[in-house]
Design a protein around this ligand. Structure first.
Ligand code: XMP
Length: 510
């Protein structure tokens, strides 16, 4: 495993992603909380918001790391190597941000530069500069503004290879960044790139079998990617000892319960479909406040799930579709926090049911979850599905939720999504949906005046939902969707398109 020590840079996650794209398994750990065992084959020191010159600079025992494995320092990591081992780092007059071009320096050429072009663009983001390297290091490459952009430890001085990059190889603006990482990890450190989805499935299946043995696991399915892939993996490991529960909360998309249930059955899952719409509608009657809706939906979900789960007293485990970003979110350089975000819908469940937790996807990024899903043969309509919030249409109906308003929204949403699919836009959009507004407005249909509801169409492009841009759907397609909704959905006479970015807006309206 490649160990990435996080000193708090905003792009530490990207280092892990780039390393995994090389088919090398990689984990991020806080700089002050990690284990250096036989599994660790290389260590990468990340960037940081701190300067090595700050009194509160973050420290790690370098001698121990350098003794144990090949080490690569990136930005703060590189400066930390230089500063700690006897070189000098100073605050520079001009902070260097953005694009720079790398010039080779080393003669004879160093293997870290194999395949790297002269003037290769690299992305810089630093206020300090390495002015002098320790005696045990050699400069390897430079940019116009920075004398020491890449350096290495002299072979006779260290047990393992050690390199420092002032630039950020993990961001895509460093065009040959991935090649730098490949040169270091595979060609210099000698790691074998054998971490693939099929290898992951093999290891995860072994792990699940060891953990769970003959005991039963219960898992809540939502129709989304994460829980479905978690189910596929658990199913492969323990077959019918996995019991899946899929609850119809009455806030799913039109026909979704039936369609998804059918796909799950085709996957061979032992699945219990629970129709509980009315319970949810009853709990939601009269509620208009967004957070109260979420709470009501969450509470009924737990009640329903608990009731079903108790029918399987042999279940000792609760499976969850937690993925890596949820895990990483839970630690920071300002002190590792203890709480790990659990699945939105089942908070509090494990304690209530006295179940142990198994989270087979907790080391994967979202796109890796999809790759594993493909490897497991999960149907494409499930893998390619847009993200959909746990409280479902409940947070897309502004104002009170009634069965009638759910029906209106489901019909409008079904028309919208089917137009996006037919026009080839569905797969180009990260998330799309319709929002029913608490607004009545005047219209005219035939000879009659109408006074009816409004829906807003939302479509965004995003990487992870943290920031988002509204999608530029062509006007003529928007026009067709609007007429189709107004003509076919009784109760709607007006359609608007949401052109807000996140931030400052959010993707959902509640
Ligand atoms: P926002 O609206 O915060 O949404 O920009 C970002 C992403 O999170 C989803 N979302 C939720 N998912 N429970 C969930 O499981 C929720 O309460 C919830 N609220 C928002 C949203 O659909 C988008 O993908």
């Amino acid at each position: 495993v490649v160990l990435v020590l996080d000193f708090g840079s905003q792009v530490t996650q990207l280092i892990a992603r780039r390393v995994r794209e090389l088919n090398l398994y990689c984990e991020i750990k806080p700089y002050n909380d990690f284990e250096l065992n036989d599994q660790v084959e290389a260590v990468i020191l990340s960037g940081s918001p701190f300067s090595v010159l700050d009194p509160q600079a973050l420290h790690v025992d370098l001698d121990r790391l350098l003794d144990h494995a090949p080490v690569l320092g990136i930005c703060y990591g590189a400066q930390y190597l230089a500063h700690t081992l006897g070189g000098s780092v100073e605050q520079s007059d001009s902070r260097e941000y953005g694009r720079a071009e790398l010039t080779k320096f080393a003669a004879p050429e160093d293997p870290i530069l194999d395949g790297i072009q002269e003037r290769s663009p690299v992305w810089m983001s630093h206020g300090d500069t390495i002015c002098k390297l320790p005696d045990a290091f050699l400069p390897v490459a430079t940019t116009q503004d920075v004398g020491i952009a890449v350096f290495k430890g002299k072979e006779e001085e260290f047990n393992n290879p050690v390199y420092g990059f002032q630039f950020h190889p993990e961001v895509t603006h460093s065009e040959q960044g991935a090649l730098f990482l490949e040169n270091f990890l595979i060609h210099i450190a000698g790691l074998t790139p054998d971490w693939t989805p099929s290898r992951f499935v093999e290891d995860a299946v072994d792990f699940i079998r060891q953990e769970v043995g003959e005991e039963h696991v219960i898992l809540g399915l939502s129709g989304g990617v994460d829980s479905s892939v978690a189910a596929g993996l658990l199913h492969q490991a323990i077959g019918q000892n996995l019991i899946c529960i899929f609850v119809d909360n009455g806030l799913l998309r039109k026909n979704e319960f039936e369609e998804v249930l059918e796909s799950y059955k085709e996957m061979g899952l032992h699945i219990i479909g629970v129709r509980a719409e009315q319970e949810f509608y009853d709990a939601l009657a009269g509620i208009t406040d967004p957070e109260s809706k979420r709470k009501a939906i969450g509470k009924v979900f737990i009640d329903v799930f608990e009731r079903e789960a108790k029918k399987f007293p042999e279940a000792k485990w609760l499976g969850q579709g937690t993925i890596y970003p949820d895990v990483i979110e839970s630690f920071s350089v300002h002190g590792p926090s203890v709480t790990i975000k659990s699945h939105h819908n089942v908070g509090g469940l494990p304690e209530k049911l006295h179940l142990k937790i198994i989270e087979p996807l907790r080391s994967l990024f979202k796109d890796e979850v999809r790759n594993v899903g493909e490897e497991l043969g999960i149907p494409a309509p499930i893998l390619k599905r847009h993200p959909f919030p746990g409280p479902g249409l409940g947070i897309r109906i502004l104002g009170e939720i009634t069965p009638e308003r759910v029906r209106i929204l489901q019909n409008a949403d079904a028309i919208y999504i089917s137009h996006l699919r037919n026009a080839g836009w569905y797969d180009k959009i990260w998330q799309a949906g319709v929002i029913l507004l608490p607004v009545q407005s005047v219209g005219v249909m035939g000879d009659e005046r109408t006074y009816e509801g409004t829906v807003a169409l939302r479509a965004v492009n995003s990487l992870d939902g943290m920031t988002a841009n509204w999608t530029h759907i062509p006007y003529d397609l928007l026009g067709k969707i609007s007429s189709d909704i107004i003509n076919k959905v009784k109760g709607i006479n007006r359609v608007v398109y949401d052109i807000s970015t996140k931030p400052p807006a959010t993707i959902e309206w509640e």
